[in-house]
Design a protein around this ligand. Sequence first.
Ligand code: SF4
Ligand code: SF4
Length: 108
Amino acid sequence: MGEKRSEVSCSRCDAVCCRLTVVLMPEDNVPRHMVERLVDGPEVMARDEEGWCVAVDHSRMCCSIYDQRPGVCRKFAMGSAYCRSERAAYREMQAQAIPLALIDEPRR
Ligand code: SF4
Ligand code: SF4
């Protein structure tokens, strides 16, 4: 069964929503070095090689430009259906990654 809204907290989350594509609007004012343009047009928050938004502060798992964060990030509601579905997809991805690592272990 999925999580309930009341069970979800950003303080106990790996900032899963910060792996989504963040399309920037003209009114957004984020540091330019954190922006890239997709081949089909829109500007987005750049992501690192592991898929995280480059603005994620990994030591604290929070947004390093919180006061300047884009509008789409401001609208992403903790515990919303979208939040919970992304968290479920992330858990699924992690669950699939672990057995693969174990399978690679040589048998004794
Ligand atoms: S909004 Fe949802 S997915 Fe994003 S950090 Fe908070 S709990 Fe995690
Ligand atoms: S700008 Fe901040 S809140 Fe938005 S995706 Fe990047 S790290 Fe997350």
